[in-house]
Design a protein around this ligand. Structure first.
Ligand SMILES: [Zn+2]
Ligand SMILES: [Zn+2]
Length: 87
């Protein structure tokens, strides 16, 4: 018996082809790292191919700091919040 104050499970992130799609329609080119969870919300981490970095689609936050190489093409293109790049 689940306790009545348990929050319902949030809808899952799903992989569609080369994309990871969130329940709200946001999507990121990459894949789910199902063994690795966001420390903030517990959602699976998403590896974003375009940025060579992991992020959380629920928190809309990077889970890895950008490197300190000014010439790094991956990190230079990173938006402050990962899903701001979508669309
Ligand atoms: Zn999160
Ligand atoms: Zn970098």
């Amino acid at each position: 018996m689940p306790r009545p104050d348990d929050p319902p499970d949030p809808p899952p992130l799903v992989e569609r082809g080369e994309w990871v799609v969130a329940p709200d329609g946001a999507r990121v080119l990459g894949w789910l790292e199902v063994e690795e969870r966001c420390a903030g919300c517990g959602a699976p981490q998403v590896y974003a191919v375009a940025f060579d970095a992991r992020l959380c689609m629920r928190c809309n936050a990077w889970l890895e700091a950008a490197c300190d190489d000014d010439e790094c093409d991956y990190c230079r293109r990173r938006p402050a919040r990962p899903l701001d790049a979508a669309g």
